[in-house]
Design a protein around this ligand. Structure first.
Ligand SMILES: [Zn+2]
Ligand SMILES: [Zn+2]
Length: 255
């Protein structure tokens, strides 16, 4: 399984740095995980979007879902013969998109086939086994566990400290954890996100092999985030950067 970082900015994009979005690939399956602002363009640097098998969206916040709109336009108007693509997301995601653009005659709902997911959902997408966990966030939000023949990754999505998430994440080869903030947890401006040290503690409790920090607040120093997580987690820690590629057994970076 290969993970490519399309975007890793928390909340808003900056030049060359989209919001949250990730490409998951095996020989058999291609999956777009979260469609944050700017990630559809970034996706096209790596694949032909028509090669996608499915999309997963963690929650309705714009920095995680909005680029599914330009994707749907490209599919509906550029390739109208192609079937709608399955999109797995909390039920509130299509509701939010419908509130934005309407449903009648909408390319979005012709090109996208939404399936509601919740904590108990388990999916088989090609050779991937996918399960979910309820994150601690103000809107319905799912963390995502993806297991391939070789290796498992967990994506926390947006979350504060969540009871049970470490146990659910147990043994992940790679934990892709949000780390919106720096500094002491008690100084967090918003409890529904994690600090870098809380992300490190989560990875340590879960016995993860490797931690990748994402959803980094755009003005924060990623090196400091890495240092703060490394103080509490003994495994490899990397602050995500767009274009980074992680193989389950080895990491290499392309820029
Ligand atoms: Zn977010
Ligand atoms: Zn959010």
């Amino acid at each position: 399984m290969r993970l490519t970082i399309l975007g890793c900015n928390g909340t808003y994009p900056t030049p060359g740095r989209p919001s949250s979005g990730y490409l998951i690939q095996t020989d058999a399956t291609t999956l777009w995980l979260d469609c944050g602002t700017g990630t559809f363009a970034a996706l096209q640097e790596h694949i032909d979007p028509n090669d996608l098998d499915a999309i997963i969206i963690s929650h309705e916040h714009v920095d995680h879902c909005v680029d599914v709109l330009p994707f749907s336009y490209a599919r509906r108007y550029g390739h109208p013969h192609l079937p709608a693509i399955p999109v797995y997301a909390p039920a509130s995601v299509p509701e939010r998109l419908e509130a934005l653009i309407g449903r009648k005659g909408s390319a979005v709902f012709e090109a996208l086939d939404f399936h509601a997911v919740a904590r108990t959902t388990e999916l088989r997408l090609g050779d991937l086994r996918v399960s979910f966990f309820a994150a601690n966030h103000p809107v319905p939000t799912v963390a995502v566990r993806i297991a391939a023949e070789r290796g498992t990754m967990v994506y926390t999505a947006d979350t504060g400290v969540a009871d049970g998430m470490a146990a659910w994440s147990e043994g992940a080869d790679l934990m892709l954890a949000e780390a919106s903030y720096l500094g002491a947890p008690q100084d967090k401006p918003w409890q529904h996100h994690l600090t870098a040290s809380e992300a490190g503690q989560l990875a340590a409790k879960a016995n993860a092999r490797r931690l990748v920090l994402t959803h980094l607040w755009p003005t924060n120093d990623p090196d400091r985030a890495t240092q703060e997580a490394s103080a509490v987690f003994a495994g490899d820690v990397t602050a995500a950067t767009p274009g980074m590629i992680f193989e389950l057994q080895e990491r290499h970076v392309t820029t």
